[in-house]
Design a protein around this ligand. Sequence first.
Ligand code: ADP
Ligand code: ZN
Length: 747
Amino acid sequence: TPSPSRVLDTPPTPEVPERVAVLLPMPFPGPFDYKLPPGLVLHAGDIVTVPLGKRQATGVVWDTTPHLPPDLATPSTQSPIAANRLRPVLSKLDVAPLPAELRRFIDWVAAYTLSPPGMVLAMTLRPHMQGQPTPTMGWLATTPLPAGLRATPARQKILALLADGVPRATTELAQAAGTSPGVVRGLVDAGALHAVRLGPANPFGRPDPAYCPPVLEGAQQHAAEALRQSVRDNRFSVTLLEGVTGSGKTEIYQEAIATCLTEGRQALVLLPEIALSAQWVERFARRFGVRPAIWHSEAGQKTRRLTWAGAADGSAPVIAGARSALFLPFHKLGLIIVDEEHEGVFKQEEGVTYNARDMAVVRGRLAGFPVVLASATPSLETLANAHTGRYHHLMLPTRHGGASMPETTVLDMREAPPPRGRFLSTLMVDAINQTLERGEQAMLFLNRRGYAPLTLCRACGHRMECPRCTAWLVEHRARRILACHHCDHVEPLPESCPACSAEQSLTAIGPGIERITEEAHDLFPEARVLVMSSDMTGGAAATAEAVNSISRQEVDLIIGTQMVAKGWHFPHLTLVGVVDADLGLGGADLRAGERTIQLLHQVAGRAGRASAPGRVLLQSYTPEHPVMQALLSGDFNTFMEQEAAQREPGFWPPYGRLAALIVSADTMAEADATAAQLGHNAPYGDGIEVLGPAPAPLALLRGRHRRRLLLRTRRSIAVQPILRRWLGMVTPARGTRIDVDIDPISF
Ligand code: ADP
Ligand code: ZN
């Protein structure tokens, strides 16, 4: 039988064996050709080092046959380099090759997002770009050895080392035998060694599908069986798992994972905030006996290396990760779960702007396995796909174990405003007092860090603004600073107004959670208060500790930003108070309503998850707003139908396609010049429309002036070919950038 490294993904091309295309993790338009040095056998997917200018770079042997649909395929712009000018590949790394299905996925994502393929590859290769990789492939001697093998002393040393039947990597063998790696390669090419995956150094442990399965009730049973069946079918499908908070969605997708493990395939779970999800990890361990492998950017380099290798050789059967886990080189991926699929954090906004939720579906389609999208408040995109039947739709209508949904009340702040200088209305204060008296926990939610969002001079009206962004500076009183929440600008809180020099005239306007905390200490002096926000020092460990202290009931009142809205399970929490339910509804963004209802529903879902019933109080100046009405009635579907009805006629997503072009430059004039050029060359046609140029939502960001154009087309029209042609007609001045954002999440 042929050894794994000898199986070709593409048929050999004996006519030009000396040329090999290598994709580098850099912003070039495509792969570069290199010469194959004598004695090196390479296949598509192999990870290699090559010379690049005066440096050395790590890259991947890339396929030369394109496999993209016509809309996404780009014509090659490179003219071939003459064979005698090619530089040679330097070495092949001892790691498993990137599977063909991942290479296809990388090409697809690059073409879809109009990014250089090397920048997408960089998301896969990152652990290998930082220092030497840990070998994952080793060699064993072939028995019997090929007849006529030339047995030089160096070769004999290597074969002797392998006599114990333990596979070893090239570098290890060469070092132990005191020879060059070329000797090992010579033996490989002579057919005397064959490749095996290195093991069993498996730090992950095997999740046991039968470890502790739950007993499922009615609707849960049906949903779990449908998911298990889709995993057994092992074909591409997408299922929306919709269910109110606490209905058992996590419990059910874990059953799909169990089946995937039984079938011998790997599963990937994408979570919005994995770095903070200690609760989720522990829960997985209770179900499967061991923790899953973890992948996110804050995990240490060692953890990332291990997880990468575990994905590649299959020794990590389940990986839970942030969006970038989508680019791991899975050996045998059979299922992707996207939990809280509506979450904006799945969209990467810098570099390659991709939405991990959508690309998870693409990866499933290219490789042929099921994808599950779970949410209590699915995005309009996903709902539309479910309604047209493209996605299966499973519903869990009630909370598990007879727990009721929290009872929601909107407090009309126009009728009962809080006392002067306060932000909590009397009704809210009373409700908190009652909750605390019963020995239960309460939570106050305000999605705004710091003390106050605006600092204003009472004498001249001057507002403290960021010099580098279109944004107010936010006071952080404990640190005695004003900070911009869009860049890293920080300045000391001034004593006098910088505009009119008036003393003590600067006033904090509006609340942030610091200010609510101050008010809470005043109003509930006995309560043990815990503040949870991303300002919290100590990162994941501190968050985990905070969550534990809440569960142990060492805390009475929790005050937090959207961090408290994550999927936490706090059994003693019975009251959730939203300080400003209207926050987020202002502005022109068409998606503001959808986003607000998703966030508030998620926050509200923290209340009453155990036996004691929960209550939710929403402070609002617009109680008649459809968002408040939907939260009151709990009728998420009707609200989303209204949203759909608003977006459909104008072909707004998901009823049309959208791409944003963001022009940025150091001066407004430069940004305007390129934006105008784009405007003059704007594409037109039936079902194609360009809006703008207009100031981008943050017209000044980190000192860069920004203009935006939106390309909107009917669903049947792909935006990529239009964008490629359009961008080809415009030459931005030096220092001016045009960034493409396909499927922007704000519009
Ligand atoms: P969701 O993900 O929809 O918010 P969860 O899966 O977190 O819901 O379930 C809510 C709570 O109910 C969790 O504590 C979970 O362990 C529990 N639960 C749900 N279904 C069952 C079940 N069939 N048996 C035991 N506990 C369950
Ligand atoms: Zn700023």
